[in-house]
Design a binder for this molecule. Sequence first.
Ligand code: NDP
Length: 316
Amino acid sequence: MSQIEHLSCLIIGSGPAGYTAAIYAARADMKPVMYQGMQPGGQLTTTNEVENFPGYPDGVTGPEMMLQLEAQAKRFETDVRNGFITKVDFSGSIHKCWTEDGHEIHADTVIISTGASAKYLGLESEQKYLKLGGGVSACAVCDGFFYRNQEVVIVGAGDSACEEAHYLSKLCKKVTMLVRRDAFRASKIMAERVKNTPNIDIRFNTETLEVLGDGQLVTGVRVIDRSNNQESEITCTGFFVAIGHQPNTAIFKDYIDLDETGYIKYAQPGTSKTNVAGVFVAGDAADKTYRQAITAAGTGCIAALDAERYLAAKGH
Ligand code: NDP
């Protein structure tokens, strides 16, 4: 096993929150080390065009923006590492963290910016074809390309589902959207856009019973219309799930206060402080309300400033 490494500031996770924290921490000479996690760049790497981040009047793609943020963090000598933290021990004044290969890190400050991950329905058939790479996806922008001129199904009724359905409608012959209630959760403008797209067929009150396939690839979906309890099958080659996200906070649960849905609770509103001194949180891991790149970046800045002040108060 490798030697214990002592750090002034460890940043866990690499979305807009983590990179912004890194830029601020590096410029404050805290020599931050970032572990990028399972999905370097975070959720925005699965987004297409970002049009609402100030400073990009013509828009920017999510992956391009993340590369720029990474370059900016590295310019100030953030040590950006591949890999992820699998275990922590925040019981003492030194915050202990372990990487996936057992490397032990002792950090004076930790900034958690692990974000959130897509949720799935949890059906056995869904998980089977997801694992096989046979046609189940939670990211239309990542995988829609594979279903050009084909028929796909998407589940969900929030802004994400509407955005993804619309994206898929441009690539695919037909998109069937399964909405479990008799109404959208999405904002009116997003729902209207979907309703006005001719090749999107919206089925209200409809739930997925089973993802059908030939053992390798998805061939359809068996659904039930709850308004009349009629079952039917929809032919498709792609099954997209867009039903929300789960915060990536499981490894912290023994030490950090979480709410009932797993989001990290702020110990002091208006700051990035968690219930553990020296451990701060930024971005979607603590935000189920706004979930925007710009709000994540803002909280990343706050976390770095709070970490810097924490260190200064300790005489570092
Ligand atoms: P939401 O939590 O807003 O919506 C999740 C949707 O999935 C709901 O319609 C819900 O149904 C449905 N759902 C949940 N579980 C199931 C299930 N088991 N079976 C079928 N349907 C299910 O998540 P989003 O990811 O859409 O959005 C998250 C946040 O991000 C929101 O605040 C949203 O406004 C924002 N956002 C904004 C965008 C934009 O403005 N461009 C783009 C994307 C997201 P039900 O309604 O019945 O609960």
